[in-house]
Structures are given as structure tokens and as C-alpha cells.
Design a binder for this molecule. Structure first.
Ligand SMILES: NC(=O)c1ccc[n+]([C@@H]2O[C@H](COP(=O)([O-])OP(=O)(O)OC[C@H]3O[C@@H](n4cnc5c(N)ncnc54)[C@H](O)[C@@H]3O)[C@@H](O)[C@H]2O)c1
Length: 299
């Protein structure tokens, strides 16, 4: 995720310093951002040369963090989703200049949990990007119990400046907004597959060609208004009762994980990716998403 976030800031006109523990990862990041920018240029989405945007980025080892971060104004942490590791990093960041805003791309921890034990929790804020971070427009901004109002507002304005669509999450809730909705939807989708109602392939087509097709231009609440709320209410009365409310992961996913079928990274999941490179599949995905981004920007 880190490389997409770094690209987003550099594309938005800002100087960026990328830190990782590993030189190979920094090199991979440089190469991947270069390839991403060339794809943006091919789709006419880049006002400047890719090389000019890349020249705004510096790459450093994490051991140089304290030295190289001195004149930074905004930090985005995107290390693995392991709470002690995040807390250790925020403890290091606690000593940097008070004006620096410290954000985290965490998907599942509250910012109060990450900031626990810090002297300066008021400047800590959640900034949740979506994969691929350099393309998907949304970022969820979420605060900890001590986050200052001004920090929320500066972060929101910064996201607008770098071309994102920020949404504020009003309370500390696990999964924030989008992951809760995606998880609820996939609980039901897995249930329908288990019950023999639909295959994963047909479910994917049903989702893409119906509500997925509509969603980018018409939000679900706006859609309810068009449907008519009385009709919606009658539908809720019938359907809520029969939806899955399981609290366990899908048995099909548990089985696949046991067999080592982890999806794209292992070559097999719901689909078979063997015979195609991961890079090819990701580039194909990005090409389709960039076509959508052009349309989304016109809405
Ligand atoms: N993968 C997703 O789809 C996704 C989506 C939204 C948010 N997130 C969140 O983004 C964060 C990162 O996820 P990811 O999938 O990119 O993980 P990842 O494991 O692919 O990348 C993490 C990187 O952090 C580096 N790292 C580890 N410790 C470090 C340290 N102390 N200093 C500097 N670099 C360090 C690692 O070398 C690695 O390159 C997590 O909090 C995750 O929940 C992930």
C-alpha cells in the first residue's frame, strides 16, 4: 500500500520521502511507481512527465527515519497490521516536531489503540486508503479519542489537494465504513454460494452488472430514494429475516486456506491464475480501473 500512497502525494505536487526496512523493497517501490505513472500518462491522466513526479520522491532506509523526517509536515504509516509494531513506530514518531501530523493507514485498529502511551496523541489520525491506493478515490479519515479538530481538518484539506475523496468516520468502529459493508456483503455472497443458489462466477457478474454498475454514479441511499422508501421498507421486512448472520468465516474460505489456495498470490483461489503472471493481472486490473477513473472524474 505504501508505494501507492507515496505516488498519490507525489502526483498531488508534494515532496515525498519513502521509508522501508529493506533496500530491495525501496527499489521495487521506485520501479512500480514509475510503471504506474507511465500508465497514468498513457491514459492522459498525468499533467506532468512521469520523471518529474518521480523526482519528487526520495527513498530511505527506516533506520534513517529520525534524521530524514525533520522537515516533513505529514507522515503516513503503512507498515504491517501488527499492533505492537505500529505502537513501536508511533513511539519513535512521538519525538518529532509537534507540528507534524502522524497518520496511519491501519485497516482494523482504532487510532486510540495505536496512540496509546504517546505524549502527543492529539496529532495522530487514521487515513485509510483502498487498494490500489494510487487509483481508488476514497480515503476514510478517522480520529482517535484525543485527535485535535484542527488535525482532522488539515488532513481533510490535504486529501482534497492530492485529488482524493475524503470521508470522515464519526466514531471509532472496527472496520470503519467500507470494510464493514464489504464484509457484510461477502458474508451473504458466501452463504448464497454455500446454499447452491449461485456460483462465485455468476455472483461476480451479478454484482458487477447491477449494483456495482450503478454505485459509482449513484450512492446506495440516493438509490433508495429512487426506488421509493415504502417499497424498500416492505423488501426489508421480507429479506432481513432470511439473511445470513453467521459470526464464523465462510467454510469455503477456511477450506481453501487449508489447501494453500490463497488467491492471486498462490495462483489459485476462487479463480485459477496459473499461466498468467501476477504483474499481467494487476496491470489489466489497473487499466480497467483507470478507464473507470476517467468517467468517475466527470461525474
Ligand atoms: N493490503 C491492503 O489491501 C490494504 C488496504 C488498506 C489498508 N491496508 C493497511 O496498510 C498497512 C500496510 O499493509 P500492506 O498490505 O501494504 O503490508 P505489506 O506487508 O505489504 O507492507 C508493509 C511494508 O512495511 C515495511 N516495514 C515493516 N516495518 C517497518 C518499519 N518499522 N519502518 C518502515 N517500514 C517497515 C515492510 O518491509 C513492508 O515493505 C496495514 O496497516 C494494512 O492494514 C492494507
Amino acid at each position: 500500500m505504501g508505494e501507492g500512497i507515496a505516488q498519490n502525494f507525489a502526483q498531488g505536487g508534494l515532496s515525498v520521502r519513502v521509508f522501508d526496512q529493506n533496500t530491495d523493497i525501496l527499489t521495487r517501490c521506485f520501479n512500480q511507481v514509475g510503471a504506474n505513472l507511465r500508465l497514468f500518462a498513457e491514459f492522459g491522466l498525468l499533467p506532468k512527465e512521469p520523471s518529474l513526479i518521480l523526482s519528487r520522491m526520495e527513498f530511505h532506509l527506516a533506520r534513517e527515519l529520525e534524521k530524514k523526517i525533520k522537515d516533513c509536515a505529514f507522515v503516513v504509516e503503512s507498515i504491517p497490521e501488527v499492533l505492537p509494531q505500529k505502537r513501536e513506530l508511533f513511539a519513535r514518531l512521538d519525538s518529532c516536531h509537534q507540528d507534524v501530523i502522524l497518520s496511519s493507514n491501519t485497516s482494523s485498529f482504532t487510532m486510540s489503540a495505536i496512540a496509546e502511551g504517546m505524549r502527543t496523541p492529539g496529532r495522530v489520525i487514521g487515513l485509510h486508503y483502498f487498494m490500489p491506493a494510487h487509483i481508488v478515490p476514497l480515503v476514510e479519515i478517522h480520529r482517535g479519542k484525543n485527535t485535535a479538530d484542527e488535525v482532522v481538518e488539515v488532513t481533510r484539506q490535504l486529501m482534497v489537494k492530492v485529488g482524493k475523496k475524503p470521508v470522515l468516520v464519526g466514531k471509532e468502529v472496527p472496520g470503519l465504513i467500507v470494510n464493514r459493508i464489504q464484509t457484510a456483503m461477502m458474508r451473504e455472497a458466501n452463504y448464497l454460494v454455500e446454499q447452491g443458489v449461485v456460483t462465485p462466477e455468476d455472483f461476480d457478474m451479478a454484482a458487477r452488472a447491477s449494483y456495482g454498475f450503478r454505485l459509482a454514479s449513484l450512492g446506495p441511499f440516493a438509490q433508495l430514494d429512487i426506488n421509493g422508501l415504502d417499497t424498500v421498507m416492505r423488501g426489508n421486512e421480507q429479506i432481513y429475516k432470511v439473511l445470513s448472520n453467521t459470526t464464523e468465516p465462510s467454510p469455503a474460505i477456511v477450506e481453501k486456506v487449508k489447501r494453500g489456495e490463497l488467491g492471486l498470490k498462490s495462483g489459485q483461489g476462487y479463480y485459477d491464475y496459473r499461466g498468467k503472471s501476477k504483474e499481467q493481472i494487476i496491470e489489466e486490473r489497473d487499466r480497467n480501473l483507470l478507464k473507470q477513473l476517467i468517467l468517475f472524474n466527470q461525474l
